[in-house]
Structure formats: structure tokens, C-alpha cells
Write a protein that binds this ligand. Structure first.
Ligand SMILES: [Zn+2]
Length: 336
């Protein structure tokens, strides 16, 4: 599982959003009242679904099928969700600050009429970065917020609105995003990330009310579950095939042995990533130190060969071969 970030396109409408339902319902009511504001400020901690709501708002603003609601299914909504609609643009600073050129680019876009839709929606992520070194970018932006171009709606997404110029805050409809409840997080973990209900409950309680926190908790638990499998690989690398067999508990059933083989395949993915020096795609960053030790020790076969012996062991186990013998052969095959 990769890190879960807010900056991912969404697929929800204001009516179907699984979390921040109160916020979404309030926005939907305001839109049913007939108006989109010229500027919204979505404020709240990182990882509570602000961007998901921003995409839903974008769909509501542009959707021709269900105007001011968003159908979530038409060509327009779908393009909004995957960031390819010309009238829905997402702007994010490339580094710690929005430079003046980037702000000018946003303002130029705001001044152009929509290409296809009745409106255009410009999403600005972390506008607080406009005051990083000087207030000039923020002041330039403020001028446009004061006299908004007719058919543009800005959605500012801020994790730390205290850093914003008060004049920017006061020009926007302020929408406060609270932390998510453990129940909402648990639901999202099970539904969107395929986490088991038991693990999701634990992770949701450990999270700090944010999706990012929940993701971190899941990753930690996920890694913990693989530690036993890793310990066995370490035994194999150290030459202790008998110890590895004991650690694997081969007297247990075939299904467990198959699960272990699957876990080793996952770990081997990371060993391959380390061998290819692409540690950024590791599945178990939490186990990186130990995996590096294994990869660098020269006692395990290269990842390509480990794949082969793992595949052979999996099919042998499925073919009802003896569990202990299959694992023993696997361990010998995994050694360099
Ligand atoms: Zn639609």
C-alpha cells in the first residue's frame, strides 16, 4: 500500500461523499439555493478529505447532467475527477512557496472564459505558500479575489489558514473541515483500501482523525504482519534452514504455508526494488533497514531466482506436496 495523500483525484459527488458528509451537505444546500460563490476556503488539518470535497464541488459546478449537484458519471464529471477537464484546474506550489510567476499563471487562467462549461473552477492547494518569502504573490492573488473574473470559482485548500493574509480569508466563503471520526475512517479503510475490518478498527483508533494518520497506522500494522515472514528469510540467509523451518512452524497447515510464500513474494518485491536502487517503490519502507541488510548480505539468491523458487513452491503446495519438504526445498533454493 502506498502512502495515501489528499492530492489524489476523487470520484465522489457532494451527495455520495463517504466522509465530511456534513460539509458536503451544507455545500449542496448552498448550491441548491442557486449560487456558487466566487471563492471558497477549505480549511482543516491535512488528510481530512478537503480535496475530495473540492473535486465534488468542481463536478457540481461543471456537470451538465445535474447542474449544481454533479452526477459523478458523465463525461464532464469523470474528466474533473481525473484532472483533465479544461475548466477545472488544480494548482500546487512546486516547492515551499508559490512564486509570483505561478500566481500570474493562475490569474491569467482565471481571466480567460471557460472552454466548455458555464463556469471554471480553479483549485489552489496550500495558498499559505504565497506568503513564504514575501507577500507579493499573495497580494497579487488578493487583487483578483477582490474583483473576481465573472465566471471563475476559486477553491483554496489550506492546511494552515493562520498563515494566510486575513484579507484573503475574508474574501472567501470559509468552510471548516473537522477531523474524521474513527467510524468514518474505519469505513474508508475497509471500502477504499481493502483493509480487513479488524485491522481497520485498530488503525482508525490509532489515527489522529485524518486519512493520512489512518494510512500510516495501516502501513505500520501491515509491516508488522510481515515481520515474522522477514525473520524467517533472515534465518534462511544466515544458513539456518532447520531454524527457518522451525520458525515457519511447518507443522501448521498448507494454507498458512501458502500465506508465508505470498508474504515472501511481497518482501522479494522490495528486495528487487533495493537491487534496482528504486527504494522509493518499496512496499515496506518501515522494514527498509532489515531488507537492506538481507539484500546486501549476499546470502540470498538474486530476486529473479527467488521469484522462480517461490512460484515453484506455491504450485507444489497447491498440488498437495508435503509442506515441510516443499519449504525446505524452497529455503535451499532461496540461498545464494
Ligand atoms: Zn456529471
Amino acid at each position: 500500500m502506498g502512502a495515501v495523500e489528499e492530492g489524489k483525484p476523487s470520484r465522489w459527488t457532494l451527495a455520495t461523499l463517504p466522509y465530511q458528509r456534513e460539509v458536503a451537505a451544507a455545500l449542496a444546500r448552498a448550491l441548491r439555493g442557486g449560487r456558487l460563490a466566487h471563492a471558497y476556503l477549505f480549511a482543516g488539518p491535512r488528510g481530512v478529505g478537503k480535496e475530495a470535497v473540492a473535486y465534488a464541488l468542481g463536478a457540481a459546478a461543471l456537470c451538465p447532467e445535474k447542474p449544481l449537484e454533479g452526477c459523478g458519471a458523465c463525461n464532464t464529471c469523470r474528466r474533473v475527477f481525473v484532472d483533465v477537464h479544461p475548466d477545472f484546474r488544480r494548482y500546487e506550489a512546486a516547492g515551499p512557496h508559490f512564486d509570483i510567476d505561478k500566481v500570474r499563471e493562475i490569474l491569467a487562467e482565471a481571466g480567460r472564459p471557460p472552454s466548455e462549461s458555464a463556469r471554471k473552477v480553479l483549485l489552489v492547494i496550500e495558498p499559505e505558500k504565497m506568503t513564504y518569502r514575501s507577500d507579493a504573490p499573495a497580494n497579487a492573488f488578493l487583487k483578483t479575489l477582490e474583483e473576481p473574473p465573472g465566471r471563475t470559482t476559486f477553491v483554496l485548500v489550506s492546511h494552515d489558514p493562520r498563515q494566510l493574509l486575513p484579507t484573503i480569508v475574508s474574501r472567501c466563503v470559509n468552510v471548516h473541515f473537522p477531523r474524521l471520526t474513527a467510524a468514518a475512517l474505519e469505513e474508508a479503510l475497509v471500502r477504499d483500501w481493502g483493509v480487513s475490518a479488524a485491522a481497520a478498527g485498530d488503525a482508525a483508533r490509532k489515527a489522529d482523525g485524518t486519512l493520512v494518520g489512518a494510512a500510516a497506522a495501516v502501513e505500520e500494522e501491515y509491516a508488522t504482519g510481515f515481520e515474522a515472514a522477514l525473520a524467517i528469510l533472515e534465518e534462511v540467509a544466515a544458513g539456518g534452514v532447520a531454524e527457518a523451518l522451525a520458525a515457519a512452524g511447518v507443522t501448521r497447515d498448507r494454507a498458512e504455508a501458502l500465506e508465508l510464500v505470498a508474504a515472501w513474494a511481497e518482501l522479494n518485491h522490495d528486495l528487487a526494488a533495493l537491487a534496482a536502487e528504486t527504494a522509493d517503490v518499496m512496499r515496506f519502507p518501515a522494514l527498509e533497514g532489515r531488507l537492506r541488510g538481507l539484500a546486501g548480505g549476499g546470502r540470498l539468491a538474486p530476486p529473479e531466482r527467488v521469484w522462480e523458487v517461490l512460484a515453484r513452491a506455491a504450485s507444489a503446495l497447491r498440488d498437495n506436496c508435503n509442506v515441510a519438504l516443499t519449504l525446505e526445498e524452497l529455503f535451499l533454493g532461496m540461498r545464494a
